[in-house]
Write a protein that binds this ligand. Structure first.
Ligand code: NAD
Ligand code: DAU
Length: 386
């Protein structure tokens, strides 16, 4: 259901929607983390019976290559869910939308998110991550200023950001905290850092109640197979080479996506305006370890595969330019102040993820179409073995 339609059933739906509590509005909800967030918003509302979580939800997404409406198919027809097909850079549209929907909070996920794509073509990253965040913030400021005292006090703008803004760690450096200096190294992380600074400035200058979250690498169902874990699973299943950049010893701190979503829901309810919260599950792994673990799980789940042992498909290829060596998140502030803790271990989360991709071959087939194949050719075609 795309927004902006004018049929009578749309009007009925909209009427039912408007009669409920004020919605939360999220951007980028057709992407990986956003769609997991939306699905869980309704699932957790049902199971926990929490009033806060039963708020209606408006999902604003431009549907770039990374946005997949199929992720949210099972919500179609719900009166408390609306999808709006729009670009966050479209200022009049954002202003109108906020006045129409009157959300109690905005959770801003929308971004260009893939580091390799930012190296090949940074323009879209500057446009969406910096300008888009600015447009949204400014529209939110005008909307927020128009609210009554109580609504203004409880309003929140949650900016979903990344640990990559802190740069790269040495092997023995302590994990990133909320006070680690920003040192972004890729066009992606530089644009996310820029957006974080804008968000911070809107709190300090205008008093807009913003909160920034900086999370480590997510994995789980519905992740577009350009990122390490789904790319390795889908390639291994198809007997294609598993391209590991450089020596494979770069380290990432992996968090199962539902743990991230739960942290965001808790920050929305309990986080303090003006604050930053780091989110991570204390799960540091080298890329090589991650790929080996995926291969072992597949060996077990696919005993009849002619590609067993799947690790024979591993190939070390030319490194990513400017490749950050290590990320690690210290989430103590979130744990102590908000009471969040990651539930999933890497072993259980990775197994669930591999199983999800095996069970959803149709979803994978749908997304690995022309544009995806072009990307694979562009990014990997010139990368000979290291
Ligand atoms: P994704 O690339 O899977 O999804 C991004 C979504 O944003 C897509 O649905 C896309 O259509 C939408 N979008 C892009 N440009 C838009 C625009 N101009 N207007 C409206 N919608 C637009 O990204 P993801 O991995 O789900 O990441 C979501 C957010 O979380 C991003 O802000 C990212 O920086 C941050 N983050 C991601 C990770 C991770 O490991 N994936 C970790 C930490 C933080
Ligand atoms: O740290 C949080 C960030 O994690 C998010 O902000 C980004 O949106 C998200 O894309 C992710 O960035 P990374 O660059 O860490 O993720 P990616 O999956 O692209 O790569 C993970 C590691 O695996 C990295 O060290 C590069 C390596 N890699 C990646 C690909 C795609 C390979 O070795 N081979 C590959 O083919």
């Amino acid at each position: 259901m795309h927004g902006g339609g004018g049929t009578s059933s749309d009007h009925k739906e909209k009427f039912a929607f408007m009669k409920q509590q004020p919605p939360i509005l999220i951007t980028g909800g057709a992407g990986f983390i956003g769609s997991n967030f939306v699905l869980e918003w309704f699932d957790s509302g049902r199971s926990a019976g929490s009033e806060a979580r039963s708020n209606p939800l408006v999902n604003v997404d431009k549907l770039t290559y990374a946005g997949n409406p199929r992720n949210l198919e099972r919500l179609s027809g719900r009166p408390d869910y609306r999808f709006v097909h729009a670009d966050i850079c479209d200022r009049p549209r954002m202003e109108r939308l906020l006045q129409e929907e009157r959300p109690r909070a905005i959770l801003h996920f929308a971004a260009e998110s893939h580091v390799d794509r930012s190296i090949m073509g940074p323009d879209a990253f500057v446009e969406t991550n910096v300008r888009g965040t600015f447009v949204l913030l400014d529209a939110a400021r005008a909307y927020w200023a128009s609210l009554g005292d109580e609504e203004r006090k409880s309003f929140r703008f949650i900016h979903v950001s990344t640990d990559e803004v802190y740069g790269s760690l040495g092997p023995d450096d302590p994990a990133f905290t909320e006070t680690t200096a920003y040192a972004p190294n890729s066009p992606y992380s530089a644009t996310k850092a820029g957006s974080d600074h804008l968000v911070r400035s809107y709190f300090h200058t205008y008093g807009l109640p913003t909160i920034i979250t900086n999370c480590s690498n997510n994995y789980g169902p519905l992740q577009f197979p350009e990122k390490l874990i789904p790319l390795m699973i889908t390639h291994a299943v198809a007997g294609k080479p598993l391209p590991i950049y450089g020596d494979g010893l770069n380290v990432r701190d992996w968090l199962y996506v539902t743990d991230h979503c739960e942290a965001l829901r808790m920050v929305l309810e309990r986080g303090r305006p003006g604050e930053t919260y780091n989110i991570g599950g204390r799960n540091e792994r080298s890329n090589r370890e991650v790929v080996e673990a995926i291969c072992e799980i597949l060996d077990e789940l696919r005993p009849g595969s002619s590609y067993r042992p799947h690790r024979q498909l591993m190939q070390f290829v030319k490194d990513r330019p400017g490749h950050d060596r290590r990320y690690a998140i210290n989430a103590a502030k979130l744990e102590q102040e908000i009471g969040w803790r990651a539930r999933e271990t890497f072993a259980t989360g990775l197994r669930k993820t591999v199983q999800w991709y095996l069970d959803h071959a149709g979803w994978v087939e749908d997304v690995v179409t022309g544009g995806y194949q072009q990307w694979i050719q562009q990014n990997y075609g010139e990368r000979s073995r290291a």
